[in-house]
Write a protein that binds this ligand. Structure first.
Ligand code: ZN
Length: 297
């Protein structure tokens, strides 16, 4: 199989959708690019955010639960999600986050200065400087993420042996990898594994890896099944097609096609401004519009 070049998106479970919107749009400056519903549980929003240019590989999505069902972080989940900012802008970001009364800790988790902080619902986030400077300070996209693998050796075998990630430095606690595409997304697995996590508000549900098209997606499906992974059928997510599986450390991996993209049901300028439903749910639009909290767009 051809190596995986980059992250496609990361999806997390959060609380109130307007709190989620305010945090990721106003505090972090990301752009809401799609309002839709969870295709597997359509009474819940699925909100997509990306960088300003809606660059592929910068997408973070949320399932905002309004039921107060908090999760527990632990093994079998994606852990801290790191965003990349232009070189030289880390101090700016430290001030910006601190001005929002966020607790910001400076660590070296990603092998360089890392700002660690939580979102409004307890998600573990980070900001790391990239290698190139810019005339702005906006988030460029993902820097990478931590995988709370219950089986770091098994995860390593898949990441490096199968998906083509390169191993970087490792220490007693962390193994560090990067994807081979130009984004060079950093992936860290932690050793030793933590107690098992439970999905709910404040936890990450899955990480999706980018594959170019449907043919390659099916090749991945066949290849992963061939080495014993329980892989789902191909699911039509309207903006991309996906397969899902649990890797050996229990983390949910999705493989998703780059296309057709977010412009299938609204144009670039109006992305994220209206509730978009896939064909199978359009007849229930009125029901969802009544049920779902209005977003402060
Ligand atoms: Zn996904």
């Amino acid at each position: 199989m051809e190596a995986i070049n980059r992250i496609h998106h990361i999806s997390a479970i959060v609380g109130d959708p307007n709190e989620n919107l305010r945090f990721f749009r106003d505090v972090l400056g990301l752009r809401l690019v799609k309002q839709t519903v969870n295709f597997d549980d359509p009474g819940v929003y699925h909100l997509y955010f990306a960088n300003h240019n809606v660059t592929p590989g910068t997408v973070i999505t949320f399932f905002p639960w309004t039921n107060d069902h908090y999760g527990r972080k632990g093994s079998g989940q994606v852990g801290r999600i790191a965003f990349r900012v232009p070189k030289g802008s880390l101090d700016y970001w430290k001030e910006r986050l601190t001005a929002q009364s966020l607790q910001v800790e400076v660590t070296s988790l990603f092998g360089k200065d890392t700002l660690e902080f939580d979102d409004v619902h307890g998600l573990d986030l980070a900001i790391v400087e990239g290698e190139t400077s810019s005339d702005h300070t906006d988030i460029l996209g993902f820097h990478g993420s931590v995988l709370l693998s219950g089986n770091p050796e098994g995860t390593k075998e898949l990441l490096t042996g199968f998906m083509g990630l390169k191993e970087l430095d490792s220490n007693d606690e962390n193994q560090h990898y990067e994807t081979v595409g130009e984004e060079k997304h950093h992936i860290i697995t932690s050793i030793p594994p933590q107690p098992a996590g439970r999905f709910g508000i404040g936890t990450v549900h899955h990480i999706a890896w980018s594959v170019p098209d449907m043919d390659v997606l099916k090749e991945w499906q066949t290849a992963l099944r061939g080495v014993g992974f329980g892989v789902t059928v191909v699911k039509d997510r309207n903006y991309f097609n996906s397969i899902y599986m649990g890797e050996k450390g229990g983390v949910v991996f999705e493989f998703a096609t780059d296309g057709p993209g977010f412009e299938v049901d609204e144009d670039m300028e109006s992305l994220g401004t209206a509730l978009k439903l896939p064909e199978q749910y359009e007849h229930k639009r009125q029901e969802y519009e009544t049920l779902l909290p209005k977003l402060d767009i």
